[in-house]
Write a protein that binds this ligand. Structure first.
Ligand code: ZN
Ligand code: ZN
Length: 231
């Protein structure tokens, strides 16, 4: 795992996909779940390597209901009695009551339309126990950490903002690709104006450490990179 905050925040990376492990004394919170049931084994092994017990996983925080973030949720819920936290607008999608929103075909270019038609947005329904929105304090996850709404990539995308460390786990509000920070995939993001507003919102936070759904975490000076993206 990549260490973001020693002893407290780690990134668990599998190829293009990331999830995060937050340690608060005896309680571990996972942020997102990678793509599949194999997440359970990955988490168990990675935690063991850091002397952490899988049985201490108490919560799963879902940034948004795309398959690469909720794909392992059903298996995690089967393996452990984890409390699952999601935004109130994302929860019905996690539960399978609504389908994943995608851009209107007329809002994307021809090639994206072709790709959009072929991408599988289906997810396996899972439980949500706690619905949250902007400003919710999650002291049980880490003292002082709070929910920040980052809509656009999905309508109910949320992140975790920890003011004390100036650390943001931002889901797919942006991506950290080998050539730098980018906007999320246009063809997976139903509200592009809101997606840009969410990046502006992050820029205003003065983030130091930034962990996203895709690419390595930015370990310092993230705010300057976010502002550069906006130019
Ligand atoms: Zn996504
Ligand atoms: Zn993603």
């Amino acid at each position: 795992m990549q260490t973001l905050v020693d002893g407290q925040v780690y990134a668990l990376r599998r190829g293009f996909f990331n999830m995060y492990v937050l340690v608060n004394g005896d309680s571990i919170t996972l942020v997102d779940t990678l793509t599949s049931a194999q997440t359970v084994d990955s988490v168990r092994q990675e935690l063991a390597q850091h002397g952490l017990d899988f049985a201490r996983v108490r919560q799963v925080f879902i940034t948004h209901a795309h398959y690469d973030h909720v794909g392992g949720l059903t298996a995690l819920q089967a393996a452990l009695n984890v409390r699952t936290i999601a935004h109130r607008r994302e929860a019905p999608i996690v539960r399978g009551e609504q389908t994943v929103a995608r851009p209107r075909p007329q809002d994307v270019d021809f090639l994206s339309r072709l790709i959009l038609a072929s991408v599988n947005f289906t997810i396996t329904p899972a439980r949500v126990d706690t619905e949250v929105q902007e400003g919710a304090k999650l002291d049980e996850v880490l003292p002082g950490i709070e929910v920040i709404e980052l809509p656009g990539h999905t309508y109910g995308q949320i992140g975790l903002w920890w003011p004390e460390k100036r650390l943001l786990l931002g889901g797919d509000v942006m991506m950290h690709l080998p050539w730098g920070l980018t906007m999320p995939f246009r063809l997976a993001s139903p509200d592009w104006a809101a997606a840009k507003d969410s990046v502006r919102k992050v820029a205003a936070l003065d983030v130091e450490v930034l962990g996203l759904g895709h690419g390595p975490a930015i370990m310092g000076g993230a705010a300057a990179k976010v502002r550069a993206l906006l130019k």
